[in-house]
Write a protein that binds this ligand. Structure first.
Ligand SMILES: [Cu+2]
Length: 344
């Protein structure tokens, strides 16, 4: 009889703790203390699953804490009591309970996971495509439907974007916390898809969520969710100011160097980053690790881009990816050379 009393006591305690902690977590979640504001339709499903997880966490935490607190008080050592407590071994009913209940819980969460994944992957046939490239250590965004490229991801609100993700060097990961969803970018030509329907106008940040080298922590880009009208105006402006569309050879070279990630390793102001600065190199004489030298002219620059491992500039390592310039045509290489020539 006394046992039933203890059981009721501890059950009430666990229930109260679960309710208090669970409600606290729900409150914290809804008021932005646990996660940044929700800004995508896909994220609704992530938060939905999180909501259940918080209850599971509150319950399991309370189960341990409740039994512990209860035992500390109810079963504390009484005056004059100096023997060991009663010893028991095995309890079939208890063992069946703690096998079956967790099994049901796991199956329930598997159902929640499947349900939310189905909704997160739901395709909208009119989605806008954006090709996202991640490389050490920056992002670029191509809009094939408009022929524009940007280093900021601009998305119209309430319109599904189909992000087609790829990496050129190592594994990166696309993550905008407000969108909740996350997807790795793989090197080797494989493209991964991520669908995002932004729901909240505002400025966010995409950050790389996969350790990808020394400047991993700095691998960020702006994300702007704007109205449809603002998006259209942005596209028009991008087209109008594209130097490659208005025969500005030097400007186009600079843009290509930016878009192809060259400027992440090559400064234009003399600073040494991963690779040699481009300032003043055109017409100078370069010394290589094997002691040989070469004049920096068009042919040398083309060779350095097409076959970076051939000659390694003294003081540097063979860190330039062999495919750094794979997307560049011969004509585009010439634009980059024209740009390098201006960096005196
Ligand atoms: Cu990265």
């Amino acid at each position: 009889m006394k046992q039933i009393g203890h059981f009721i006591g501890v059950t009430i305690l666990v229930a109260i703790l679960t309710a208090a902690i669970g409600l606290g977590l729900q409150y914290a979640m809804q008021n932005g203390y646990l996660m940044p504001p929700l800004a995508s339709r896909q994220g609704i499903w992530v938060d939905w699953v999180f909501g259940y997880h918080f209850w599971a966490m509150a319950f399991l935490f309370s189960l341990i804490l409740g039994f512990m607190l209860y035992s500390i008080v109810a079963f504390r050592q009484k005056k004059g009591e100096d023997k060991d407590g009663e010893h028991f071994e095995g309890h079939t009913g208890l063992e069946i309970t703690w096998t079956v209940l967790p099994l049901m819980a796991v199956v329930f969460f598997a159902y929640l996971g499947g349900e939310s994944l189905t909704n997160i992957l739901a395709e909208n046939p009119s989605a806008m495509r954006v090709n996202v490239t991640g490389r050490q250590w920056e992002w670029s965004f191509d809009y094939p439907e408009y022929g524009i490229t940007s280093d900021v991801l601009v998305l119209p609100v309430n319109h599904q974007a189909l992000l087609r993700l790829r990496a050129t060097d190592v594994i990166h990961s696309f993550w905008v916390p407000e969108f909740r969803v996350k997807q790795d970018l793989l090197p080797g030509g494989e493209v991964r898809d991520l669908r995002v329907t932004p729901t909240l106008i505002g400025d966010y940040k995409v950050r790389c969520a996969e350790l990808c080298g020394v400047q991993h922590a700095l691998m960020e880009a702006g994300v702007q969710v704007v109205s449809r009208a603002e998006f259209d105006a942005w596209v028009q402006q991008k087209i109008a100011e594209d130097p490659c569309k208005i025969d500005d050879v030097v400007g186009c070279g600079q843009k290509l160097a930016q878009e192809n990630g060259c400027l992440a390793c090559h400064s234009i102001d003399g600073t040494k980053i991963i690779g040699p600065s481009w300032k003043g190199i055109y017409g100078s004489t370069e010394t290589f690790t094997d002691g040989t030298t070469s004049l920096v002219d068009d042919a040398y620059i083309i060779e350095s881009i097409r076959n970076p491992g051939l000659k390694i500039v003294e003081g540097f390592t063979n860190a330039m990816p062999a495919n750094a310039g794979e997307k560049l045509s011969d004509e585009q290489l010439q634009f980059i050379i024209e740009f390098i020539k201006t960096l005196k």
